[in-house]
Write a protein that binds this ligand. Structure first.
Ligand code: GAL
Length: 425
């Protein structure tokens, strides 16, 4: 009897386990959760506007779920990631959090923080409308762990046409030589050549990431992350030399500026160029500025024909308190309606191949065309090439170099080599 009931209980738990493991029935559960907490660093400007677009879709579909937006301000997640790490450590996971496709996501998966979402891909048909190569960057050991909402481009140069005209610049600099020649022209016209944002280090690191790519080309650059290009070799040394030269054209007081502040230097005519991801365009539009008149763009010099990409995605953390509400959110993230509500305001293109491009401005339409034909190379500072440990050490190395007056090139190369190693630990 006793044995029998144990067997019965065991059989029942096997069935229960099978049901839990069978995520399609579990993931199809209706959302009866009364709350949903999402964690991002999209706290203001174009970032918050983009997120709001998707929140509106969610709340229309889930009117009985209170939406709790736990955004922590600070570009590229400099502050948010630290808060998130301590919450995850304390078993206080939000219901969904933002993570970049690539090695950043891989880090969360390998430390056991995320649920497998593979069955959602089949039930929502995402395996057919998301690019297969992108899905690979969300996959660890055959399982898919997040839902991508966008593709951003990191290697864009922005400028104000009126300031360029004043300096005698009539076309975008396509090469590094042309870039440096234009920086001289700005200098002669009494304009700071390059807008720099030093707060939190990441935006200066973003500049270096582009400069290394522009200086050594995509194959050598990718080699930095597969061990075939040395961080202490001649290619990185030449890239850092170019970086040092570019920094010398930067604004004073950059240490106090986050990227939206540095961007304003360009739109207000105080600085010439800004190398920044395409979220800058969304930021300016949320400030009421006009693409083509107040600011314009090109692929960053030395990287024409290369799309340095990154992708924001949303996850289902292990232990999410409102799991059904989170699944409903993830479905919005992957949907056509969600992506086309989010991306035109966020300044990114949709992941879905059936996106309605008429909803996107001229910049984003050109980005979509480039994404389809350019050589794709991942961003380092936004999670594709390295995990959080690598990114933190990379940004700290660049911050140290920049605040030290950008003199110690060999020291920077050594610190970058150590950052790469930190990502492997
Ligand atoms: C990136 C993120 C973008 C944007 C940017 C600046 O890491 O992927 O969506 O938020 O930081 O904050």
């Amino acid at each position: 009897m006793r044995k029998g009931s144990i067997r019965l209980i065991a059989a029942a738990s096997v069935i229960a386990l099978a049901l839990t493991g069978c995520s399609s029935s579990k993931d199809d559960a209706a959302n009866t959760d009364t709350k949903f907490e999402i964690f991002t660093w999209w706290a203001s400007g174009g970032e918050a506007a983009g997120l709001q677009g998707m929140i509106d879709v969610y709340t229309a579909q889930n009117p009985n779920t209170e939406f709790i937006n736990a955004a922590v301000a600070g570009g590229a997640g400099v502050n948010a990631k630290a808060v998130l790490a301590s919450r995850l450590e304390a078993n206080d996971a939000p219901d969904s959090f933002q993570a970049h496709a690539g090695m950043e996501l891989d880090g969360y998966v390998r430390s056991g923080k995320l649920e497998d979402l593979t069955s959602l891909y089949a039930s929502e048909g995402w395996d057919k409308v998301f690019p297969a190569d992108l899905i690979k960057t969300l996959t660890v050991d055959g399982k898919i762990y997040s839902v991508p909402v966008n593709i951003h481009r990191a290697n864009v140069i922005w400028w104000n046409p009126a300031t360029a005209t004043k300096a005698g610049i009539t076309a975008a600099p396509a090469t590094l030589d042309e870039f440096f020649a234009d920086l001289e022209k700005f200098k002669k016209a009494g304009v700071t050549g390059l807008a720099l944002a030093g707060k939190g280090d990441w935006a200066i690191a973003h500049l270096l990431d582009w400069m290394l790519l522009a200086s050594m080309g995509p194959d050598k650059f990718e080699g930095l992350y597969n061990g075939s290009t040395s961080w202490t070799g001649p290619e990185v040394a030449a890239g850092i030399k170019n970086f040092q030269k570019a920094l010398s054209y930067g604004n004073k007081g950059a240490g106090n500026l986050d990227w939206p502040d540095a961007g304003k230097l360009v739109t207000s005519g105080k600085a010439g160029f800004f190398i920044m991801g395409d979220w800058a365009s969304a930021q300016w539009q949320s400030d009421g500025l006009k693409l083509g008149t107040d600011y314009t763009y090109a692929a960053a010099p030395g990287t024409v024909g290369i799309y340095q990409w990154l992708s924001d995605s949303f996850t289902l953390p292990v232990g999410a308190p409102h799991r059904n509400a989170a699944l409903a959110w993830l479905k919005v993230c992957g949907s056509l309606e969600g992506q086309d509500a989010f991306n035109p305001k966020k300044g990114s293109i949709a992941v879905r191949t059936d996106t309605d491009l008429t909803k996107y401005d001229a910049y984003l339409q050109s980005a979509a065309a480039d994404w389809a034909k350019d050589r794709l190379v991942g961003s380092t500072v936004h999670g594709v090439n390295g995990n959080n440990a690598l990114m933190a050490a990379y940004s700290a190395a660049v911050g140290k170099y920049f605040s030290g007056g950008y003199k110690d090139n060999a020291g920077l190369a050594k610190d970058l080599a150590a950052a790469y190693e930190a990502g492997k630990a």
